[in-house]
Design a protein around this ligand. Structure first.
Ligand code: NI
Length: 167
């Protein structure tokens, strides 16, 4: 699902208790993410408005290290911020530097129903913040200047119109 699809602006619903359906959705999301390839994906990016996120920061030549976050939330963010270049599978081939808190504490449940609270920094902190934004209908372009954001939106609106005409 790509910008400007309005579903990307939905606020996703809590997953609640993990079911076979949740596990199937997580498996689908991991497939989509690895196919892309990308390092993170939120369920709404495949059209499902549930608070489910998958992440894998392993490099191409490293073993896969998938993490599934059920109903994740950020419980603390550092004052210090860092800038990192971000991209998004829903905004293909568009990259911009985004400033966010450098460190976070976050809480989530695993597919086994275990409750976890951890700290993250660096690229993991960036990735988790980016994905939790998706659960709230926020995309990384929303953190850019108004000018950059509207340019990006226009570019993708134009591409969507062209695709519709070609179809
Ligand atoms: Ni994204």
């Amino acid at each position: 699902m790509k910008l400007p699809d309005p579903r990307l602006r939905l606020v996703s619903e809590p997953v609640g208790p993990v079911t076979a359906e949740t596990r199937a959705l997580a498996a689908d999301m991991l497939d989509t993410m690895y196919d892309a390839p990308g390092i993170g994906l939120a369920a709404i990016q495949i059209g499902i408005a549930k608070r489910l996120v998958v992440i894998d920061l392993a490099k191409k030549d490293e073993e896969r290290c998938p993490v599934v976050l059920v109903d994740p939330e950020i419980t603390w963010s550092s004052e210090e911020r860092r800038v990192h270049e971000e991209g998004c599978l829903s905004i293909p081939e568009y990259y911009e530097e985004v400033e966010r808190p450098d460190r976070i504490r976050y809480r989530y449940r695993t597919l086994e129903g275990e409750s976890v609270e951890q700290e993250a920094d660096g690229i993991l902190a960036t990735c988790i913040q980016h994905e939790i934004d998706h659960l709230n209908g926020v995309m990384f372009i929303d953190h850019l200047s108004r000018l950059k954001r509207s340019r990006a939106i226009k570019k993708f609106e134009k591409a969507a119109r062209r695709e519709a005409e070609d179809a």
